[in-house]
Design a protein around this ligand. Structure first.
Ligand code: 5GP
Ligand code: ZN
Length: 136
């Protein structure tokens, strides 16, 4: 999906929330749903999505933070159990420059197993620790 302004009618996650596009739903509460990512990085890779359209985490009211964390914990534990995983990565891409493709706030939960070979990010470092220490 290219950048630009996306309204709620055209937003793919709003369509999923409204039931207009099918998804593998795994969680539902008053403010969030979760479903399997269509292009998973690991078995069980899921997205927690706000029911209301907020573009990024910065647009979402902080009052929803507690409920979001509850959802993360419930979904995370569930995904660990269901996929025999040992942990998970939690990722929020905020803005296109950070890799956000769908402009509707969502949290990635990526279940992890030892030696699964999943690569998160490009592994690039800003500078070596020694350089940072010398500059400090
Ligand atoms: P972003 O880069 O915006 O954080 O990630 C968007 C995620 O949404 C991607 O991992 C992509 O695979 C997933 N995605 C995009 N469209 C759909 C869809 O229609 N259904 C589902 N289940 N996932 C989607
Ligand atoms: Zn939306």
């Amino acid at each position: 999906m290219a950048g630009g302004i996306i309204n709620m009618e055209d937003c793919i996650f709003c369509k999923i929330v409204r039931g207009e596009i099918p998804c593998k739903n795994i969680y539902d509460d008053d403010n969030f749903i979760a479903f399997l990512d269509v292009n998973p990085k690991s078995e069980g890779h899921s997205l927690i999505v706000s029911k209301k359209h907020y573009k990024t985490l910065l647009d979402m009211p902080s009052s929803l933070g507690g409920e979001l964390l509850d959802a993360v914990k419930k979904v995370g534990l569930d995904l660990i159990k269901e996929n025999n995983a040992e942990g998970f990565n939690l990722i929020v891409n905020n803005g296109e420059v950070a890799g956000q493709i769908v402009h509707h706030v969502h949290v990635h939960i990526i279940p992890r197993k030892k030696g699964d070979g999943v690569i998160i990010g490009d592994g690039k470092k800003l500078k070596d620790r020694e350089v940072l220490d010398a500059n400090a």
